[in-house]
Design a protein around this ligand. Sequence first.
Ligand SMILES: C[S@@+](CC[C@H](N)C(=O)[O-])C[C@H]1O[C@@H](n2cnc3c(N)ncnc32)[C@H](O)[C@@H]1O
Ligand SMILES: [Zn+2]
Length: 292
Amino acid sequence: MNKRIKSAKYLSNFESIFKCPVCNSSMKVFQLKSLICLNNHTFDFAKQGYINLTVHPVKTKYGKDLFEARRKLIIEYGFFKPLSQAIAETISKHTVNKETISLIDMGCGEGSHLSQISDIVNSEYSKIVTGVGIDLSKEGVSVAAKNYFDKIWAVADLANTPFADKQFDVILNILSPSNYTEFNRLLKAEGLVIKIVPQSGYLKELREVIFDEPEKQSYSNADIVKRFNENIQLVDRSSLCYTVELDNPGIQTLIQMTPLSWATAEEQFKTLLKADSTKVTVDLEILIAKKE
Ligand SMILES: C[S@@+](CC[C@H](N)C(=O)[O-])C[C@H]1O[C@@H](n2cnc3c(N)ncnc32)[C@H](O)[C@@H]1O
Ligand SMILES: [Zn+2]
């Protein structure tokens, strides 16, 4: 069975969570080829196994190389392992009475966070997880669908999502933009938002190479946290800071995996690229909100 048919079959078990991004009517899988609404707006499954539910084609700056590099750091170097563990623990703590959880990662990139977190929630906390990942970047979603089958992967805008109201127990939003109106609409009663934002030391070893100005060498998340607080009910926040040792190929991968490098000439990374190894700081804040 090819990937397109396999994912259409899988998604047909969950077709009731969708709504048409054009006219808001309900949707059904049609001939294991497309997702189609009551008014015949039709969205085809891609051969890689994802579905594109954007209304207008969108070109993003996030390309395949960035996502492949992110995937390599996550899978081969365990770059975000403590984060996955902390998020899985948070989900378990806030969903004690639930055996089954619907989880959506909004801005999922290449999908490894959603996959790892779902696996931990399942294996360590014995909950069944239905996972959905959406991202505006087709390149990211395509890498996700290629590597992880048992999830729903869609190219979609998190500011106008193709899902019916109150479909999810948990929304993940990791190092990505937010849309609180959509978050509130999509959450079930007592649903949870887990938003991950960088803290001052996040990738500071890279920032020190890229920026001359000391104020840019450290990062402030104050505006993001303020906006989160104004839009959704913050119930808990915690910090997670650790370092990861990267060898030389790992350093090259780190430079490729972050938008921080976009406006930087390769020349600036010269010294870093010559190092045999380096420690890199991952400094994050975990914001948790419950639906009002
Ligand atoms: C820094 S990346 C983080 C990706 C992933 N969460 C991770 O940590 O590896 C930010 C992501 O947000 C996505 N993004 C930006 N605007 C978006 C939107 N309006 N809807 C969906 N995704 C969006 C980008 O395509 C990109 O994949
Ligand atoms: Zn429609």
